[in-house]
Write a protein that binds this ligand. Structure first.
Ligand code: GLN
Length: 465
């Protein structure tokens, strides 16, 4: 059921006012029960809501997204607001411009309520790597909210926002969506402009929606998509209609990776639920094919090698000169090092050190170039697979969400928990978490630019699993 369409109808029928709706959500967010809030955009939201109400009172038509309250992961620029990336370093940084994806939503009349808590610079899988306190899981607050877009997924799950915009470099939309039982889409790389998204690993960073229905994902995806002269990796895409994704006849074959499932690291319940889902799909006449894929360890190492290299490079500008809380030292070099040492978190420093290591002379051939080569092999493997199957189905995570505090003790275990999401990021493929099939959901993936197929298959599974 589309929350957006439901609220739209209530607004135009004057069953609710936009101001009341926005105020109600702001009140809930103010309590900050799950540490999801970095900043409330109260004044702006109420101003925009009043305009929508005035339009409706005047008998003017409003668009589908007009007056719909949403949340923004705190890594997107929104002009005049703080964009902290949940970091000490950018705690006082105010954006001077607005991200393209967010601007498109604002142009469509959606109302931004909140900048949402996340792992600092997207570094993490639990939303504990943040100066704003660990995000609590929407279903069980003793567990992590997932990450890095944890605040965004929890806000949607708790109905504090109607939808939220997360960012996904290696799973950061899909995994928290899975941990909190909502939908989360990482579109094909380049479908949505990254302009104004604080860069983590530019070669896999994607903008995407988190919502409570496939239809809402579709609506928000359409609005944000498109070529942008400010991001040369964007491509023009067609609008996906609601009718197109209802017709699921053209999906005939589904593949899954054998080694994801026949693996000691997978939770027994996740495994049996996943296999049961495959049986239900087979029973509907769809051919299910087991596929060979790279070992999880290879995927995780390749992803983290490249992600760390890229983030070390992207974050090098944050030295307290143009950006960041500057801490003065005895000389310029000291100033850089104190500013960066004291203002970056342990996890972020681990990645900067790791990234600079793999890029440095003497190591880059052995490690970084090997990582690039593996990424090409992974992408080629996907191309081959999609000659054989229409969709690849997988669990979202091998395990259920850990208790708050546990991941911090073991960074390597946290990296390995990304085993099922990072491969699809390296392949730049469209992939969607649906809150069905296993406790942390199912991940539906299609070939590059076939985002509509992913939504179709989600519709197919909707009433079946
Ligand atoms: N957990 C992964 C990481 O820490 C993915 C994060 C993300 O997609 N931003 O790199």
């Amino acid at each position: 059921m589309s929350q957006i369409k439901k609220i739209h109808t209530q607004l135009i029928n004057k069953e609710i006012s936009c101001t009341d709706l926005v105020q109600e959500k702001l009140n809930l967010l103010k309590e900050n029960t799950h540490n999801t809030v970095n900043l409330l955009l109260e004044t702006l939201a109420l101003e925009l809501a009043a305009k929508v109400d005035a339009k409706i009172a005047n008998g003017e038509q409003i668009g589908l997204l007009e007056g719909i309250p949403f949340g923004i992961k705190d890594v997107y620029m929104v002009q005049g607001t703080y964009t902290t990336a949940s970091s000490e370093l950018l705690k006082n940084y105010k954006s001077s411009y607005t991200a393209t994806a967010i601007q498109k939503l604002l142009d469509a009349g959606a109302i931004p309520l909140v900048k949402e808590n996340c792992d600092s610079f997207g570094h993490g899988s639990s939303s504990e790597n943040t100066i704003f306190g660990a995000v609590k899981n929407a279903i069980n607050p003793e567990l992590v909210g997932g990450g890095s877009s944890g605040g965004s997924a929890v806000n949607v799950a708790k109905d504090y926002t109607v939808f939220s915009i997360g960012g996904d470099t290696g799973g950061s939309i899909r995994q928290p969506a899975g941990y909190n039982n909502v939908y989360g889409l990482k579109p094909t790389y380049g479908r949505i402009s990254r302009f104004g998204l604080m860069a983590y690993a530019s070669s896999t960073d994607c903008v995407g929606p988190i919502a409570k229905s496939i239809e809402d994902i579709r609506i928000v995806l359409n609005v944000m998509s498109g070529k942008d002269v400010k991001d040369q990796t964007t491509y023009p895409s067609e609008t996906i209609s609601s009718e197109v994704i209802l017709n699921t006849d053209d999906i005939k074959t589904v593949g899954y990776f054998k080694n994801f499932i026949e693996n000691d690291a997978i939770d027994a319940q996740v495994k049996s639920d996943f296999l049961a889902s495959l049986e239900k799909i087979k029973a509907k006449g769809i051919q299910v094919t087991a596929l060979d894929f790279f070992e999880s360890d290879t995927l995780v190492s390749t992803y983290y090698t490249l992600a760390m290299a890229e983030t070390a490079s992207n974050l090098s500008r944050l030295d307290g000169t143009n950006y960041g809380n500057r801490i003065e030292g005895d000389n310029l070099k000291d100033t850089y090092s104190i500013t960066r040492s004291q203002n970056f978190s342990e996890e972020t420093k681990r990645r900067i050190v790791g990234g600079n290591q793999v890029l440095s002379q003497g190591f880059s051939d052995e490690i970084y170039l090997k990582g690039l080569n593996l990424r090409d092999q992974i992408a080629a493997n996907f191309e081959k697979d999609f000659n054989e199957v229409d969709i690849i189905l997988s669990p979202v995570t091998p395990n259920t969400p850990p208790k708050i505090g546990d991941s911090l003790k073991d960074p390597l275990a946290m990296y390995l928990s990304d085993a099922y999401t990072v491969g699809f990021s390296l392949g730049q493929l469209p992939t969607l978490t649906i809150p069905k099939g296993t406790t942390t959901g199912l991940q539906i993936t299609a070939a590059k630019t076939h985002d509509e197929l992913v939504l179709k298959f989600a519709n197919f599974l909707k009433d079946m699993i």
